[in-house]
Design a protein around this ligand. Structure first.
Ligand code: FAD
Ligand code: EGU
Length: 479
Protein backbone atom coordinates (compact mmCIF):
# COMPACT_ATOMS: atom_id res chain seq x y z
CA UNK A 1 0.00 0.00 0.00
CA UNK A 2 1.39 3.42 -0.83
CA UNK A 3 -0.13 6.19 1.20
CA UNK A 4 2.52 8.73 0.34
CA UNK A 5 2.35 11.58 -2.12
CA UNK A 6 5.21 12.19 -4.50
CA UNK A 7 4.18 15.76 -5.15
CA UNK A 8 6.53 17.77 -2.94
CA UNK A 9 4.28 20.81 -3.14
CA UNK A 10 1.29 18.93 -1.78
CA UNK A 11 -0.25 20.44 1.32
CA UNK A 12 -0.62 18.78 4.69
CA UNK A 13 -4.15 17.88 3.63
CA UNK A 14 -2.95 14.92 1.61
CA UNK A 15 0.38 14.13 3.22
CA UNK A 16 0.58 10.96 5.24
CA UNK A 17 2.26 10.84 8.61
CA UNK A 18 2.94 7.40 10.07
CA UNK A 19 3.15 7.40 13.86
CA UNK A 20 4.82 4.21 15.05
CA UNK A 21 3.90 3.33 18.64
CA UNK A 22 0.57 4.24 20.12
CA UNK A 23 -0.83 1.66 22.46
CA UNK A 24 0.57 0.26 25.62
CA UNK A 25 3.28 -2.12 26.66
CA UNK A 26 3.38 -4.13 29.87
CA UNK A 27 5.84 -2.01 31.72
CA UNK A 28 5.42 1.39 30.11
CA UNK A 29 2.55 2.55 27.96
CA UNK A 30 3.02 4.68 24.91
CA UNK A 31 1.69 8.09 25.52
CA UNK A 32 3.76 10.04 23.09
CA UNK A 33 2.54 8.28 19.93
CA UNK A 34 -1.09 8.81 20.90
CA UNK A 35 -0.51 12.51 21.60
CA UNK A 36 1.42 12.94 18.35
CA UNK A 37 -1.49 11.45 16.43
CA UNK A 38 -3.65 14.26 17.85
CA UNK A 39 -1.11 16.91 16.87
CA UNK A 40 -0.69 15.76 13.26
CA UNK A 41 -4.40 15.16 12.79
CA UNK A 42 -5.14 18.65 14.08
CA UNK A 43 -2.78 20.04 11.44
CA UNK A 44 -4.75 18.26 8.76
CA UNK A 45 -2.41 15.39 7.93
CA UNK A 46 -3.56 11.90 7.12
CA UNK A 47 -2.42 10.05 10.23
CA UNK A 48 -1.71 6.34 10.36
CA UNK A 49 -0.87 5.03 13.83
CA UNK A 50 0.85 1.64 13.99
CA UNK A 51 0.94 -0.16 17.29
CA UNK A 52 2.33 -3.64 17.80
CA UNK A 53 -0.15 -4.46 20.55
CA UNK A 54 -3.90 -4.98 20.47
CA UNK A 55 -6.23 -2.05 21.09
CA UNK A 56 -5.99 -1.44 24.82
CA UNK A 57 -9.53 -0.14 24.85
CA UNK A 58 -10.76 -3.64 23.99
CA UNK A 59 -8.02 -5.62 25.70
CA UNK A 60 -8.70 -7.25 29.03
CA UNK A 61 -7.34 -5.30 31.96
CA UNK A 62 -4.16 -6.93 33.15
CA UNK A 63 -4.91 -7.70 36.78
CA UNK A 64 -3.36 -5.42 39.34
CA UNK A 65 -1.55 -3.25 36.82
CA UNK A 66 -3.05 0.06 37.79
CA UNK A 67 0.09 2.01 37.11
CA UNK A 68 0.11 5.73 37.43
CA UNK A 69 2.54 8.55 36.87
CA UNK A 70 3.16 12.16 37.80
CA UNK A 71 1.94 14.67 35.23
CA UNK A 72 3.35 18.18 35.59
CA UNK A 73 3.43 21.52 33.77
CA UNK A 74 5.25 20.51 30.58
CA UNK A 75 2.97 17.56 29.96
CA UNK A 76 -0.11 19.63 30.72
CA UNK A 77 0.94 22.39 28.31
CA UNK A 78 1.37 19.80 25.57
CA UNK A 79 -2.08 18.35 26.28
CA UNK A 80 -3.62 21.82 26.34
CA UNK A 81 -2.47 22.54 22.79
CA UNK A 82 -4.67 19.71 21.49
CA UNK A 83 -7.54 20.52 23.85
CA UNK A 84 -6.97 17.51 26.11
CA UNK A 85 -5.75 19.15 29.31
CA UNK A 86 -9.09 19.42 31.11
CA UNK A 87 -10.16 15.88 30.25
CA UNK A 88 -6.96 14.46 31.70
CA UNK A 89 -6.69 16.81 34.67
CA UNK A 90 -10.27 16.07 35.75
CA UNK A 91 -9.31 12.42 36.18
CA UNK A 92 -6.02 13.17 37.94
CA UNK A 93 -5.39 13.40 41.66
CA UNK A 94 -3.58 16.58 42.73
CA UNK A 95 -0.49 16.10 44.85
CA UNK A 96 0.34 19.41 46.55
CA UNK A 97 3.20 18.10 48.68
CA UNK A 98 5.51 15.22 49.20
CA UNK A 99 4.96 13.19 52.36
CA UNK A 100 8.27 11.97 53.73
CA UNK A 101 8.04 8.78 55.77
CA UNK A 102 10.84 8.35 58.30
CA UNK A 103 11.93 4.96 59.54
CA UNK A 104 10.20 5.57 62.89
CA UNK A 105 6.90 6.21 61.12
CA UNK A 106 6.93 10.01 61.35
CA UNK A 107 5.32 11.68 58.34
CA UNK A 108 6.47 15.14 57.25
CA UNK A 109 4.84 17.05 54.40
CA UNK A 110 6.92 19.35 52.18
CA UNK A 111 4.89 21.46 49.76
CA UNK A 112 5.85 21.56 46.08
CA UNK A 113 5.36 25.28 46.01
CA UNK A 114 2.63 27.84 46.27
CA UNK A 115 -1.04 26.93 46.31
CA UNK A 116 -1.52 26.43 42.59
CA UNK A 117 1.68 24.45 42.26
CA UNK A 118 0.87 20.78 42.38
CA UNK A 119 1.49 17.74 40.26
CA UNK A 120 -1.12 15.18 39.26
CA UNK A 121 -1.23 11.44 39.69
CA UNK A 122 -2.76 10.12 36.47
CA UNK A 123 -3.65 6.63 35.37
CA UNK A 124 -1.46 5.60 32.44
CA UNK A 125 -4.04 3.36 30.81
CA UNK A 126 -6.74 6.00 31.02
CA UNK A 127 -4.43 8.68 29.62
CA UNK A 128 -3.63 6.41 26.70
CA UNK A 129 -7.29 5.59 26.05
CA UNK A 130 -8.35 9.23 26.13
CA UNK A 131 -5.59 10.29 23.73
CA UNK A 132 -6.30 7.47 21.27
CA UNK A 133 -10.00 8.28 21.32
CA UNK A 134 -9.27 11.97 20.79
CA UNK A 135 -7.02 11.13 17.83
CA UNK A 136 -9.80 8.98 16.39
CA UNK A 137 -12.31 11.83 16.40
CA UNK A 138 -10.46 13.14 13.34
CA UNK A 139 -11.76 11.34 10.27
CA UNK A 140 -8.25 11.52 8.81
CA UNK A 141 -6.77 9.33 11.56
CA UNK A 142 -6.54 5.59 11.32
CA UNK A 143 -5.39 3.41 14.20
CA UNK A 144 -3.72 0.17 13.15
CA UNK A 145 -3.31 -2.18 16.09
CA UNK A 146 -1.44 -5.48 16.03
CA UNK A 147 1.01 -3.94 13.53
CA UNK A 148 4.56 -4.57 14.64
CA UNK A 149 7.21 -2.67 12.75
CA UNK A 150 9.94 -5.06 11.60
CA UNK A 151 12.06 -2.72 9.52
CA UNK A 152 12.01 0.28 7.27
CA UNK A 153 14.07 1.46 4.35
CA UNK A 154 15.97 4.72 4.61
CA UNK A 155 16.08 4.85 0.81
CA UNK A 156 12.42 4.43 -0.01
CA UNK A 157 10.92 5.11 3.42
CA UNK A 158 8.88 1.92 3.12
CA UNK A 159 7.99 0.26 6.42
CA UNK A 160 7.40 -3.46 6.89
CA UNK A 161 4.87 -4.52 9.50
CA UNK A 162 4.03 -7.90 10.95
CA UNK A 163 0.31 -8.38 11.55
CA UNK A 164 -1.42 -10.53 14.15
CA UNK A 165 -2.24 -13.22 11.56
CA UNK A 166 1.44 -13.56 10.71
CA UNK A 167 1.23 -11.76 7.37
CA UNK A 168 3.46 -8.85 6.45
CA UNK A 169 2.42 -5.50 5.10
CA UNK A 170 4.50 -2.86 3.34
CA UNK A 171 3.51 0.73 3.93
CA UNK A 172 4.84 4.07 2.71
CA UNK A 173 4.35 7.50 4.25
CA UNK A 174 5.67 11.04 3.81
CA UNK A 175 6.93 11.24 7.38
CA UNK A 176 7.66 8.51 9.92
CA UNK A 177 7.39 9.54 13.56
CA UNK A 178 9.14 7.00 15.78
CA UNK A 179 7.38 6.90 19.17
CA UNK A 180 8.06 3.25 19.80
CA UNK A 181 9.78 3.53 23.15
CA UNK A 182 13.19 2.92 24.70
CA UNK A 183 13.90 -0.11 22.48
CA UNK A 184 12.69 1.62 19.34
CA UNK A 185 12.65 -0.45 16.16
CA UNK A 186 12.57 2.75 14.11
CA UNK A 187 15.86 3.82 15.71
CA UNK A 188 17.63 0.71 14.41
CA UNK A 189 18.07 2.37 11.02
CA UNK A 190 19.60 5.43 12.69
CA UNK A 191 22.27 3.21 14.25
CA UNK A 192 23.52 2.32 10.79
CA UNK A 193 24.07 5.93 9.82
CA UNK A 194 27.42 7.66 10.00
CA UNK A 195 27.76 10.32 12.71
CA UNK A 196 24.82 9.02 14.72
CA UNK A 197 25.56 9.17 18.45
CA UNK A 198 24.03 6.62 20.75
CA UNK A 199 24.47 5.53 24.34
CA UNK A 200 22.45 3.34 26.63
CA UNK A 201 23.03 2.66 30.33
CA UNK A 202 21.22 0.27 32.62
CA UNK A 203 21.29 1.29 36.25
CA UNK A 204 21.89 -1.33 38.96
CA UNK A 205 18.43 -0.72 40.43
CA UNK A 206 15.21 -2.46 39.49
CA UNK A 207 11.65 -1.60 40.44
CA UNK A 208 8.61 -3.47 41.61
CA UNK A 209 5.02 -2.30 41.96
CA UNK A 210 2.76 -3.09 44.90
CA UNK A 211 -0.83 -2.05 45.50
CA UNK A 212 -1.99 -0.58 48.79
CA UNK A 213 -5.74 -1.24 49.06
CA UNK A 214 -8.30 1.15 50.60
CA UNK A 215 -9.16 0.72 54.29
CA UNK A 216 -12.92 0.80 55.03
CA UNK A 217 -13.48 2.27 51.58
CA UNK A 218 -11.04 5.11 52.16
CA UNK A 219 -7.46 5.83 51.11
CA UNK A 220 -5.03 4.06 53.48
CA UNK A 221 -2.85 7.20 53.59
CA UNK A 222 -3.45 10.87 52.85
CA UNK A 223 -4.36 10.97 49.15
CA UNK A 224 -3.12 14.36 47.95
CA UNK A 225 0.55 13.61 48.44
CA UNK A 226 3.41 11.93 46.69
CA UNK A 227 4.51 9.57 49.46
CA UNK A 228 8.23 8.92 49.69
CA UNK A 229 10.26 6.56 51.86
CA UNK A 230 13.90 7.62 51.19
CA UNK A 231 16.35 5.01 52.51
CA UNK A 232 19.54 5.61 50.52
CA UNK A 233 19.94 2.51 48.36
CA UNK A 234 16.30 1.54 48.89
CA UNK A 235 13.48 3.87 48.11
CA UNK A 236 9.75 3.57 47.86
CA UNK A 237 7.28 5.98 46.27
CA UNK A 238 3.48 5.84 46.35
CA UNK A 239 1.01 7.67 44.13
CA UNK A 240 -2.78 7.68 44.66
CA UNK A 241 -5.32 6.18 42.21
CA UNK A 242 -8.98 7.12 41.64
CA UNK A 243 -10.11 3.74 43.05
CA UNK A 244 -8.61 4.79 46.42
CA UNK A 245 -5.66 2.47 46.14
CA UNK A 246 -2.04 3.57 46.07
CA UNK A 247 0.52 2.18 43.69
CA UNK A 248 3.77 1.77 45.59
CA UNK A 249 6.97 1.51 43.58
CA UNK A 250 9.94 -0.04 45.34
CA UNK A 251 13.38 0.83 43.93
CA UNK A 252 16.23 -1.42 44.95
CA UNK A 253 19.49 -2.82 43.50
CA UNK A 254 18.99 -6.11 41.62
CA UNK A 255 21.52 -7.72 43.97
CA UNK A 256 19.22 -6.99 46.87
CA UNK A 257 16.17 -8.30 45.03
CA UNK A 258 18.06 -11.56 44.64
CA UNK A 259 18.58 -11.74 48.41
CA UNK A 260 14.85 -11.68 49.08
CA UNK A 261 13.44 -14.98 47.91
CA UNK A 262 10.83 -16.07 50.46
CA UNK A 263 7.67 -14.49 51.88
CA UNK A 264 9.23 -14.32 55.31
CA UNK A 265 12.27 -12.52 53.95
CA UNK A 266 9.95 -9.96 52.33
CA UNK A 267 8.32 -9.24 55.69
CA UNK A 268 11.71 -9.10 57.39
CA UNK A 269 12.95 -6.66 54.77
CA UNK A 270 9.88 -4.42 55.05
CA UNK A 271 10.05 -4.63 58.86
CA UNK A 272 13.55 -3.23 58.65
CA UNK A 273 13.03 -0.46 56.10
CA UNK A 274 9.31 0.27 55.57
CA UNK A 275 7.62 -0.98 58.76
CA UNK A 276 4.72 1.50 58.56
CA UNK A 277 3.61 0.07 55.20
CA UNK A 278 3.19 -3.57 56.29
CA UNK A 279 -0.26 -3.17 57.90
CA UNK A 280 -1.33 -0.88 55.04
CA UNK A 281 -0.36 -3.22 52.21
CA UNK A 282 -1.18 -6.28 54.32
CA UNK A 283 1.39 -8.91 55.21
CA UNK A 284 -0.25 -11.64 53.11
CA UNK A 285 -0.72 -9.44 50.07
CA UNK A 286 2.86 -8.28 50.42
CA UNK A 287 4.20 -11.84 50.49
CA UNK A 288 2.16 -12.68 47.41
CA UNK A 289 2.46 -9.52 45.27
CA UNK A 290 6.18 -9.12 45.82
CA UNK A 291 6.77 -12.22 43.67
CA UNK A 292 4.03 -11.63 41.11
CA UNK A 293 6.41 -10.08 38.62
CA UNK A 294 10.18 -9.97 38.49
CA UNK A 295 11.81 -6.61 39.21
CA UNK A 296 11.89 -4.42 36.12
CA UNK A 297 15.05 -2.83 34.73
CA UNK A 298 15.57 0.87 34.11
CA UNK A 299 17.56 2.23 31.21
CA UNK A 300 18.82 5.64 30.18
CA UNK A 301 19.15 6.22 26.43
CA UNK A 302 20.66 9.24 24.73
CA UNK A 303 21.15 9.78 21.03
CA UNK A 304 21.48 12.44 18.36
CA UNK A 305 20.41 13.52 15.81
CA UNK A 306 16.68 12.85 16.23
CA UNK A 307 15.97 12.95 12.51
CA UNK A 308 17.00 11.11 9.41
CA UNK A 309 16.84 13.32 6.29
CA UNK A 310 13.29 14.66 5.84
CA UNK A 311 11.79 11.20 6.28
CA UNK A 312 11.88 10.24 9.92
CA UNK A 313 11.97 11.73 13.41
CA UNK A 314 12.21 10.22 16.91
CA UNK A 315 10.21 11.42 19.92
CA UNK A 316 9.59 10.31 23.50
CA UNK A 317 11.50 7.37 24.95
CA UNK A 318 12.61 6.35 21.44
CA UNK A 319 14.72 9.52 21.41
CA UNK A 320 15.55 9.72 25.13
CA UNK A 321 14.69 7.17 27.78
CA UNK A 322 15.38 8.70 31.17
CA UNK A 323 15.52 7.04 34.58
CA UNK A 324 12.36 7.89 36.56
CA UNK A 325 14.03 9.92 39.32
CA UNK A 326 12.63 13.27 38.25
CA UNK A 327 9.16 12.17 37.23
CA UNK A 328 9.82 13.70 33.78
CA UNK A 329 10.01 10.89 31.20
CA UNK A 330 6.52 11.28 29.81
CA UNK A 331 6.43 15.01 30.47
CA UNK A 332 9.57 15.44 28.37
CA UNK A 333 8.10 13.23 25.64
CA UNK A 334 4.93 15.31 25.57
CA UNK A 335 7.00 18.49 25.42
CA UNK A 336 8.79 16.98 22.39
CA UNK A 337 5.44 17.01 20.56
CA UNK A 338 4.77 20.58 21.63
CA UNK A 339 8.22 21.80 20.56
CA UNK A 340 7.91 20.00 17.21
CA UNK A 341 4.53 21.65 16.72
CA UNK A 342 5.97 25.09 17.47
CA UNK A 343 8.70 24.52 14.88
CA UNK A 344 6.11 23.31 12.34
CA UNK A 345 4.41 26.70 12.78
CA UNK A 346 7.66 28.61 12.38
CA UNK A 347 8.85 26.74 9.30
CA UNK A 348 5.57 26.19 7.47
CA UNK A 349 5.49 22.43 7.84
CA UNK A 350 8.48 22.01 5.55
CA UNK A 351 9.87 18.70 6.82
CA UNK A 352 13.31 19.29 5.27
CA UNK A 353 13.69 22.37 7.49
CA UNK A 354 11.60 21.34 10.49
CA UNK A 355 13.40 18.07 11.20
CA UNK A 356 16.95 19.46 11.50
CA UNK A 357 15.65 22.40 13.52
CA UNK A 358 13.84 20.03 15.89
CA UNK A 359 17.10 18.13 16.44
CA UNK A 360 19.01 21.38 16.96
CA UNK A 361 16.54 22.71 19.52
CA UNK A 362 15.54 19.57 21.33
CA UNK A 363 18.70 17.47 21.72
CA UNK A 364 20.36 19.74 24.33
CA UNK A 365 17.19 19.80 26.43
CA UNK A 366 16.46 16.08 26.33
CA UNK A 367 20.09 15.31 27.10
CA UNK A 368 19.90 17.74 30.03
CA UNK A 369 16.87 16.01 31.58
CA UNK A 370 18.45 12.59 31.03
CA UNK A 371 21.55 13.82 32.89
CA UNK A 372 19.50 15.43 35.67
CA UNK A 373 17.47 12.28 36.24
CA UNK A 374 20.67 10.21 36.37
CA UNK A 375 22.31 12.75 38.70
CA UNK A 376 19.32 12.56 41.04
CA UNK A 377 19.46 8.77 40.98
CA UNK A 378 23.12 8.84 42.04
CA UNK A 379 22.43 11.47 44.70
CA UNK A 380 19.39 9.69 46.15
CA UNK A 381 21.11 6.33 46.43
CA UNK A 382 24.36 7.69 47.82
CA UNK A 383 23.18 9.68 50.81
CA UNK A 384 19.53 10.66 50.73
CA UNK A 385 17.64 9.42 53.77
CA UNK A 386 14.50 11.05 55.12
CA UNK A 387 16.41 13.59 57.28
CA UNK A 388 18.63 14.70 54.42
CA UNK A 389 15.67 14.91 52.02
CA UNK A 390 13.73 17.11 54.47
CA UNK A 391 16.77 19.28 55.17
CA UNK A 392 17.59 19.86 51.49
CA UNK A 393 14.04 20.75 50.55
CA UNK A 394 13.79 23.15 53.51
CA UNK A 395 17.00 24.88 52.46
CA UNK A 396 15.79 25.13 48.84
CA UNK A 397 12.38 26.44 49.82
CA UNK A 398 13.77 28.90 52.38
CA UNK A 399 16.31 30.39 49.98
CA UNK A 400 13.54 30.69 47.40
CA UNK A 401 11.38 32.50 49.98
CA UNK A 402 14.16 34.94 50.87
CA UNK A 403 15.24 35.58 47.26
CA UNK A 404 12.30 34.52 45.09
CA UNK A 405 13.83 35.92 41.89
CA UNK A 406 17.43 34.88 42.42
CA UNK A 407 17.07 31.37 43.77
CA UNK A 408 14.53 29.08 42.14
CA UNK A 409 14.79 25.42 43.18
CA UNK A 410 15.80 23.15 40.29
CA UNK A 411 12.73 20.92 40.68
CA UNK A 412 10.54 24.04 40.44
CA UNK A 413 12.04 25.03 37.09
CA UNK A 414 11.80 21.44 35.87
CA UNK A 415 8.32 20.67 37.20
CA UNK A 416 6.39 23.95 37.12
CA UNK A 417 7.83 25.92 34.22
CA UNK A 418 8.74 25.41 30.58
CA UNK A 419 12.24 26.77 31.18
CA UNK A 420 14.30 24.80 28.70
CA UNK A 421 15.86 21.87 30.55
CA UNK A 422 19.38 22.89 29.56
CA UNK A 423 18.73 26.47 30.74
CA UNK A 424 17.44 25.12 34.06
CA UNK A 425 20.70 23.22 34.50
CA UNK A 426 22.78 26.32 33.65
CA UNK A 427 20.79 28.44 36.07
CA UNK A 428 21.12 25.79 38.76
CA UNK A 429 24.92 25.80 38.43
CA UNK A 430 24.91 29.60 38.57
CA UNK A 431 22.69 29.62 41.67
CA UNK A 432 24.93 27.09 43.35
CA UNK A 433 27.87 29.41 42.77
CA UNK A 434 25.99 32.41 44.15
CA UNK A 435 24.85 30.46 47.22
CA UNK A 436 28.31 29.02 47.84
CA UNK A 437 29.93 32.43 47.48
CA UNK A 438 27.32 33.87 49.83
CA UNK A 439 28.11 31.18 52.37
CA UNK A 440 31.84 31.75 51.84
CA UNK A 441 31.39 35.50 52.49
CA UNK A 442 29.46 34.83 55.68
CA UNK A 443 32.03 32.29 56.82
CA UNK A 444 34.94 34.63 55.94
CA UNK A 445 33.47 37.57 57.82
CA UNK A 446 32.79 35.43 60.87
CA UNK A 447 36.33 34.05 60.89
CA UNK A 448 37.95 37.38 59.95
CA UNK A 449 35.78 39.34 62.37
CA UNK A 450 36.55 37.00 65.25
CA UNK A 451 40.27 37.22 64.49
CA UNK A 452 40.21 41.02 64.45
CA UNK A 453 38.17 41.10 67.67
CA UNK A 454 40.66 38.84 69.40
CA UNK A 455 43.74 40.57 67.94
CA UNK A 456 42.49 44.13 68.50
CA UNK A 457 39.90 44.00 71.30
CA UNK A 458 37.82 47.15 70.95
CA UNK A 459 37.84 49.57 73.80
CA UNK A 460 34.11 49.34 74.27
CA UNK A 461 32.27 51.71 76.58
CA UNK A 462 30.46 49.76 79.21
CA UNK A 463 26.92 49.74 77.89
CA UNK A 464 24.02 47.59 78.91
CA UNK A 465 22.27 45.03 76.72
CA UNK A 466 19.20 47.28 76.70
CA UNK A 467 21.21 50.17 75.32
CA UNK A 468 22.74 47.94 72.67
CA UNK A 469 19.27 46.79 71.65
CA UNK A 470 17.98 50.35 71.23
CA UNK A 471 21.04 51.24 69.17
CA UNK A 472 20.46 48.20 66.97
CA UNK A 473 16.82 49.15 66.50
CA UNK A 474 17.93 52.61 65.43
CA UNK A 475 20.08 51.06 62.71
CA UNK A 476 17.09 49.33 61.13
CA UNK A 477 15.38 50.66 58.07
CA UNK A 478 13.76 54.07 58.50
CA UNK A 479 10.41 52.88 57.08
P1 FAD B 1 6.47 3.80 25.48
O1 FAD B 1 5.53 4.14 26.57
O2 FAD B 1 7.53 2.81 25.72
O3 FAD B 1 5.60 3.30 24.24
C1 FAD B 1 6.13 2.70 23.09
C2 FAD B 1 5.01 2.09 22.28
O4 FAD B 1 5.51 1.62 21.04
C3 FAD B 1 4.35 0.90 22.96
O5 FAD B 1 2.95 1.03 22.92
C4 FAD B 1 4.82 -0.30 22.17
O6 FAD B 1 3.88 -1.35 22.15
C5 FAD B 1 5.02 0.32 20.79
N1 FAD B 1 6.03 -0.37 20.01
C6 FAD B 1 7.25 -0.79 20.41
N2 FAD B 1 7.90 -1.39 19.41
C7 FAD B 1 7.06 -1.36 18.35
C8 FAD B 1 7.16 -1.86 17.00
N3 FAD B 1 8.24 -2.50 16.59
N4 FAD B 1 6.12 -1.65 16.16
C9 FAD B 1 5.00 -1.00 16.59
N5 FAD B 1 4.86 -0.52 17.84
C10 FAD B 1 5.87 -0.71 18.70
N6 FAD B 1 7.23 9.80 33.38
C11 FAD B 1 6.64 10.90 33.90
O7 FAD B 1 6.49 11.91 33.20
N7 FAD B 1 6.19 10.93 35.20
C12 FAD B 1 6.35 9.87 36.03
O8 FAD B 1 5.94 9.92 37.19
C13 FAD B 1 6.99 8.69 35.53
N8 FAD B 1 7.18 7.63 36.32
C14 FAD B 1 7.80 6.53 35.82
C15 FAD B 1 8.02 5.44 36.67
C16 FAD B 1 8.66 4.30 36.20
C17 FAD B 1 8.88 3.14 37.14
C18 FAD B 1 9.10 4.25 34.84
C19 FAD B 1 9.81 3.02 34.32
C20 FAD B 1 8.89 5.32 34.00
C21 FAD B 1 8.25 6.48 34.48
N9 FAD B 1 8.01 7.59 33.64
C22 FAD B 1 7.42 8.71 34.16
C23 FAD B 1 8.45 7.58 32.21
C24 FAD B 1 7.32 7.23 31.25
O9 FAD B 1 6.76 6.00 31.60
C25 FAD B 1 7.84 7.16 29.82
O10 FAD B 1 8.70 8.22 29.56
C26 FAD B 1 6.72 7.21 28.79
O11 FAD B 1 5.82 6.17 28.98
C27 FAD B 1 7.30 7.14 27.38
O12 FAD B 1 6.31 7.05 26.43
P2 FAD B 1 6.62 6.65 24.94
O13 FAD B 1 5.32 6.76 24.24
O14 FAD B 1 7.75 7.45 24.40
O15 FAD B 1 7.16 5.15 24.96
C1 EGU C 1 9.65 8.26 40.66
C2 EGU C 1 8.89 7.16 40.34
C3 EGU C 1 10.97 13.06 45.00
C4 EGU C 1 6.99 8.56 40.00
C5 EGU C 1 12.61 13.04 42.77
C6 EGU C 1 11.09 14.19 44.23
C7 EGU C 1 9.08 9.51 40.65
C8 EGU C 1 7.77 9.66 40.33
C9 EGU C 1 11.92 14.17 43.10
C10 EGU C 1 7.57 7.30 40.02
C11 EGU C 1 11.70 11.94 44.69
C12 EGU C 1 12.49 11.91 43.56
C13 EGU C 1 9.86 14.98 41.27
C14 EGU C 1 8.57 15.45 41.13
C15 EGU C 1 8.78 13.05 40.94
C16 EGU C 1 10.29 15.38 44.62
C17 EGU C 1 11.06 15.81 41.45
C18 EGU C 1 9.69 10.79 40.95
C19 EGU C 1 7.41 11.06 40.39
C20 EGU C 1 13.35 16.00 42.29
C21 EGU C 1 5.55 6.24 39.43
N1 EGU C 1 9.93 13.64 41.16
N2 EGU C 1 8.62 11.70 40.76
N3 EGU C 1 12.06 15.32 42.26
O1 EGU C 1 10.76 16.50 44.48
O2 EGU C 1 11.17 16.85 40.85
O3 EGU C 1 9.18 15.17 45.12
O4 EGU C 1 6.90 6.15 39.71
F1 EGU C 1 11.64 10.86 45.44
S1 EGU C 1 7.50 14.19 40.85
CL1 EGU C 1 13.33 10.49 43.16
CL2 EGU C 1 8.04 17.08 41.22
Amino acid sequence: MDYSTNDSKSTSKNKVVAVVGGGLTQSTLSQVGALNACYFAKRGFQVEVFESREDIRQAKIVKGRSINLALSHRGRQALKQVGMEDTIVSKGIPMHSRMIHSLNGTQSPIPYGKKGQYILSVDRANLNKELLSAAETYSTTKLNFAHKLLNWSTETGAMTFLRADGTKEEIQADLIVGCDGAFSAIRKQFLRQSRFNFSQTYIPHGYLELTMPPINGEFAMKPNYLHIWPRNTFMMIALPNLDKTFTCTLFMPFDEFENVTTGDQVIEFFQKYFPDTIPLIGADALKRDYFRLPAQAMVSVKCSPYHLSDKCVLMGDAAHAVVPFYGQGMNAGFEDCLVFNEIMDQLNEDFSAVLPEYTRVRVPDDHAIADLAMYNYVEMRSHVNSKWFLFRKYVDNTLHMIMPRTVIPLYTMVTFTRTRYHEAVKRWHWQDKVINQGLLCVAASVVGGSYLLVRYPPNMPNISIEQLWTRLQALKSPF
